[in-house]
Unconditional design. Structure first.
Length: 316
């Protein structure tokens, strides 16, 4: 079995402490991580089968993109940069989720290397050190993926040469990585934002070493933002909902599925939350009217799905 030195299970356990909530039993978390590691990489269900890969020009990141960008014809790639859960340096920690998004016509970039699942080096599991959770990958590393993608779009000889639309740029992240996504969201190049199981701490404290963010950051949002939460048992539930309440300058939606803090990232093709991501990106970046129906109107798809609850402002 290949287990990262700092597994997603350990990160979640540490994150529970950092968010001031009771953490799940470590045995259960480790078992879930082992099951996830054993799953093969997948190509996604979109029209452009995706691959997970690395590039020597960006060695400290993991890429997910259509295996054959030329198969997209005249359609251009969008770009999504991702903040890993726990602000970890495991660029494969949400691999099924990210590959699914990529299969719909996106280059997805996560900081770090492959530390879990197929292609990961063997490691002995090590619990996190005592004390506050610390970041392994920074917000600057998340943003660096965007810079690299745009440079590749302009570099002759690159497989991505002139295959990216620089207007189709988005940022997303999970938990601590969601806080990083909120920081990167201030970049004027960003056109869509998705925050998973996260939110700025209500009292503006910063218990996670290596990242400092306050509610004032929400005023820097300049594009619609979607929060996806895991229901009241989600350890970030109070903070994400407080963000929603405080955001008053851009359209914002908060969709919730009662699956807890871990979302559905370990499910096949990223599960139900990934479908919502794909719809949000299609609406915000490609102005897809059918995708908008997931969110717009009193009878929107998420509004009428009994498994989801949806809060929204300035959406309709």
């Amino acid at each position: 079995m290949k287990i990262a030195t700092l597994t997603a299970a350990a990160l979640t356990l540490a994150a529970g402490v950092a968010w001031g909530q009771a953490a799940p039993a470590p045995e259960a978390m480790h078992a879930a991580q082992a099951a996830y590691d054993a799953k093969p990489d997948t190509h996604g269900t979109g029209p452009y089968p995706a691959v997970k890969l690395t590039d020597p020009g960006l060695p400290d990141h993991v890429l997910y993109r259509p295996a054959d960008p030329a198969a997209m014809g005249a359609q251009k790639l969008g770009v999504l940069v991702w903040g890993n859960g726990g602000c970890s340096d495991d660029g494969a920690s949400a691999r099924l989720h990210l590959a699914e998004i990529a299969s719909h016509g996106y280059l997805v970039i996560a900081p770090g290397t492959v530390l879990s699942g197929p292609g990961a080096p063997p490691h002995v599991d090590t619990p996190p050190p005592p004390g506050p959770l610390g970041v392994k990958a920074t917000s600057a590393q998340v943003s660096a993926g965007l810079d690299w993608a745009l440079a590749e779009n302009a570099r002759k000889g690159s497989p991505l040469y002139q295959r990216i639309d620089p207007k189709l740029l988005a940022v997303s992240g999970h938990s601590c990585g969601g806080l990083q996504a909120l920081q990167v969201a201030a970049d004027p190049r960003i056109r869509a934002v998705i925050i998973h199981n996260s939110g700025v701490f209500k009292d503006n404290t910063n218990p996670i070493r290596g990242i400092t963010i306050a509610k004032s950051e929400l005023k820097k949002l300049h594009t619609p933002v979607l929060y996806i939460m895991g229901g009241p048992t989600d350890i970030a539930w109070p903070n994400g909902n407080d963000d929603f309440d405080k955001i008053d300058t851009v359209p914002v939606a908060l969709a919730s599925l009662n699956v807890g803090h871990g979302g559905t990232f370990h499910d096949d093709n990223g599960g139900r939350v990934t479908q919502v991501d794909v719809a949000w990106l299609a609406w915000q970046l490609r102005h897809d009217a059918a995708a908008a129906r997931w969110f717009k109107g009193k009878d929107c798809r998420l509004c009428t799905d009994s498994q989801w609850t949806l809060r929204k402002k300035r959406i309709d």
